[in-house]
Write a protein that binds this ligand. Structure first.
Ligand code: GTP
Ligand code: MG
Length: 423
C-alpha cells in the first residue's frame, strides 16, 4: 500500500544535569568547586533516503526518542553528549509541526537533513558559577529538556513529468509502455488509486521520472473523485503531459475533457495551470481516434498547445512525445526549486506566560521559558532557589498572579511542580 501521510511523535534527548562538587585533594584544605557540565541531549534528525518511496514504516513505528546527555561529574568532568537519532524519510517528504500547522521542512534531495527536535543543552556544573564574589557556589543547573513535538509527514511525489487526465484515458497504459513500471490497467474508472513512478530512458544517458497520477474528474479541486490528494502530487512535477482519449470511446468530447481538466488544475492553483503542458492524444489505433484527431489537433493548435498523436496500445507516436518531454525538461531545469540543504527547526519565540486556574483552585503557570527554568532548577539547593526567584521576578510572574487574585499560601503549579505562594 502507498501511505502518503503519517503522524509521528518525536522527543529529543534531555540535557544531562550539571554536577555540584568540590575538589578534595591531599594537603589542600579546602578545594574549589569542581562540578562538570552535563552533556547535550540528542537531536531528532530527519534524513532523506532515496531508496524509500512511501511513509509506510511510520504505520508501525510512530514514537521516536533520542538519548539524554550524561550528567556532569566531579573533578570537572563533563557528561558526554548523546547521539542524534536519525529517521529516514523518502524524498518528497513535507514536514509540518502539528501544533502550529507550519511547514518546518521540505525534504527533497538525497542526504538532506532536518533537525526536527533539538536536544536540550547540558546543565552547567557548579564550577561554572564561580565569580570573584562568590567563590564556592554549591548549586548546579539541571539539564535543559529536549524538544517534544508531533510532526505531520506528507509525501508528495517527486517526478519530472506527470501524466494527467480523466480516468481510463490510458495514463497507466502509457507508463507501462515506456518504463519498467507495472501499473494496473483496466477499463473501469479509478483503476489507479495511488501514483506510480517509472523511469523512462529515452536515449543513452537521457532519462526522467514519469508519474502516473490517478484520474481527475470535474470537482476534483473540491475533493470529488480522488480529488485533492492527487492534485497535490501534480504540484511536484515539472511538466504535465495531459492525456486525452481522442477516440471519445466513453461518449465524452476530448475537447471538453481538455478544458475540464485544465479548469480543475487552475481552480486548485495558478501554479499548476501555468506549468508547461503538452497534450497526448491517445487511442489513435481506434478508427474513432483517427477520425477525431484532426479536429482536436486544430483546436489545440489555436490554443497554442502542442499535441502528439499516440497509441499506448501499439506504441505509435510515443518516441516523439518522449523526445519533446526531454527537451522541455531541459528548458525547465530548475523548477520546482529544490529546498535548502540543511534546515534547523527553531522553536517559536517563547510565548508570554499564561496563567489559568485548575479545578482545585491552584494557579497553573504556563510558558516555554518559565517551564524550562523550572526543569533546570534543583530546588533542594538554596542558591539555586535564589536564582530561580530572580528569574521569576524578571519574568514578572508575581504581578500577573496578584492581578489574578493570588493570596499567601495558595498553590502554584508549573510543569508538574508545585509551589506555595509567599510574598
Ligand atoms: N485501443 C486502445 N485502448 C487503450 C489505449 N490506451 C489505453 N487503452 C485502454 O483503456 C483502458 C484504460 O486504460 P488505463 O491505462 O488503465 O487508463 P488510466 O488513464 O490509467 O485510468 P485510471 O487509472 O482509471 O485513471 C484500458 O482498458 C486500456 O487497455 C490505446 O492506446 N488504445
Ligand atoms: Mg491508471
Amino acid at each position: 500500500m502507498f501511505i502518503d501521510r503519517a503522524k509521528i511523535h518525536v522527543k529529543a534527548g534531555d540535557g544531562g544535569n550539571g554536577m555540584s562538587s568540590f575538589r578534595r585533594e591531599k594537603f589542600v584544605p579546602k578545594g574549589g568547586p569542581s562540578g562538570g557540565d552535563g552533556g547535550r541531549g540528542g537531536d531528532i534528525v530527519l534524513v532523506v533516503d532515496p531508496s524509500l518511496n512511501t511513509l509506510i514504516d511510520f504505520r508501525y513505528k510512530r514514537k521516536f526518542k533520542a538519548g539524554s546527555g550524561e550528567n556532569g561529574q566531579t573533578s570537572n568532568m563533563f557528561g558526554s553528549d548523546a547521539e542524534n537519532l536519525y529517521i529516514k524519510v523518502p524524498p518528497g517528504t513535507v514536514v509540518r509541526d502539528e501544533a502550529t500547522g507550519e511547514i518546518i521542512g521540505d525534504l527533497t534531495a538525497e542526504g538532506q537533513e532536518l533537525v526536527a527536535a533539538k536536544g536540550g543543552r547540558g546543565g552547567r556544573g557548579n564550577a561554572r558559577f564561580v565569580t570573584s564574589v562568590h567563590r564556592a557556589p554549591t548549586f548546579a543547573e539541571r539539564g535543559e529538556p529536549g524538544d517534544d513535538r508531533t510532526l505531520l509527514l506528507e509525501l508528495k511525489v517527486l517526478a519530472d513529468v506527470g501524466l494527467v487526465g480523466y480516468p481510463s484515458v490510458g495514463k497507466s497504459s502509457i507508463l507501462a509502455r515506456v518504463s519498467a513500471a507495472k501499473p494496473e490497467i483496466a477499463a473501469y474508472h479509478f483503476t489507479t488509486l495511488t501514483p506510480v513512478l517509472g523511469v523512462v530512458s529515452v536515449r543513452e544517458g537521457q532519462s526522467f521520472v514519469l508519474a502516473d497520477i490517478p484520474g481527475l474528474i470535474e470537482g476534483a479541486h473540491e475533493g470529488k473523485g480522488l480529488g485533492h490528494d492527487f492534485l497535490r502530487h501534480i504540484e511536484r512535477t515539472r511538466i504535465i503531459v495531459h492525456v486525452l482519449d481522442v477516440s471519445g470511446l466513453e461518449g465524452r468530447d476530448p475537447i471538453e475533457d481538455y478544458h475540464k481538466i485544465n479548469d480543475e488544475l487552475k481552480l486548485y492553483s495558478d501554479k499548476l495551470a501555468s506549468r508547461p503542458q503538452i497534450v497526448a492524444a491517445n487511442k489513435m489505433d481506434l478508427p474513432e481516434g483517427r477520425e477525431n484527431f484532426p479536429r482536436v489537433a486544430e483546436y489545440l493548435a489555436k490554443q497554442g498547445r502542442e499535441v502528439f498523436p499516440i497509441s499506448a496500445a501499439t506504441g505509435e507516436g510515443l518516441p516523439r512525445l518522449l523526445d519533446r518531454a526531454v527537451a522541455l525538461l531541459a528548458e525547465h531545469k530548475d523548477e520546482p526549486a529544490p529546498a535548502a540543504g540543511h534546515v534547523v527547526y527553531t522553536a517559536p519565540p517563547a510565548a508570554a506566560v499564561t496563567i489559568r486556574r485548575d479545578d482545585d483552585g491552584a494557579f497553573v503557570v504556563e510558558g516555554r521559558e518559565i517551564e524550562k527554568i523550572v526543569a533546570m532548577t534543583n530546588f533542594e539547593n538554596d542558591e539555586a532557589l535564589r536564582r530561580f526567584q530572580l528569574a521569576w521576578r524578571r519574568l514578572g510572574i508575581d504581578a500577573d498572579l496578584k492581578e489574578r487574585g493570588i493570596k499567601e499560601g495558595d498553590t502554584v503549579r508549573i510543569r508538574g511542580a508545585e509551589f506555595e505562594f509567599k510574598e
